[in-house]
Write a new protein. Sequence first.
Length: 271
Amino acid sequence: MIEQPSANEDSRLYSEEGYCVQRRVIAPSEIASLRRSLDRMIEELPEDRRLESLVEPHIHAADWETWLELGRDERLLSATGEMLGCEELILMSTHLIVKPPGVGLALCWHQDNTYWPGVSGVDVCTVWLALDDSDIANGCMKVIPRTQDGNPELEMIPTDGGDLLGVRVEVTEEMESAAVAIELEAGDLSIHDSYIIHGSDRNESDRRRAGLTLRYANAATVKVDLEKHGKPVYYVGGCGDSLVEGQRDISGGGPLPDDPGVHRSRRFENR
């Protein structure tokens, strides 16, 4: 049996490796509450709706406030700020990726930056919060360390359509052999650079694999064209120096907005 390389848990190596795992960030009781919210969301979906594509729960969920409040949780902001080396953060999007047991779709090798045409700047990362235990058996995320180096923008190649994204990037056998499985227990999280190559296999186990992704950026160095972005951008942490017109300021524990805003891009809604 081939021994799997251990995932990086040293935040000092984030810039070099392109990712980092942090353990036991969110308490079990809070994870249980988020699972209940997710379960209610799933119950209300049409029977033919894919669970891997629950985009922007902080906008679309009936209890959107729950997910938006999580997006400004100090534990997530502290971890993210440490990796990006900044104090001012914006939240650009969220995505619940739920792989049902036995039939959960794969996500081919890809980069996150591909999906944000309105974003300018490289100080961007994804927080992947485990709502269920996530391991090799149920299709956990895998990353290819250090592939973010130089911020390469790789060509997207169409797939046969049997995966969630419908596109992939070219990965050699040597690169794939270096991939690291990000196995997480519920409440753990990983943070990865938007340029790092990552993906995940199908869930062929008898267990669900649910995770929430939150896309953060350094508010001082990353600019977002709100028209192209197609959804609200939230200023979630900092002194306000880099807050720009059009962003929604929910930093410092202030009140959430009265409405979740509008999401004009529905790329995955009918998958």
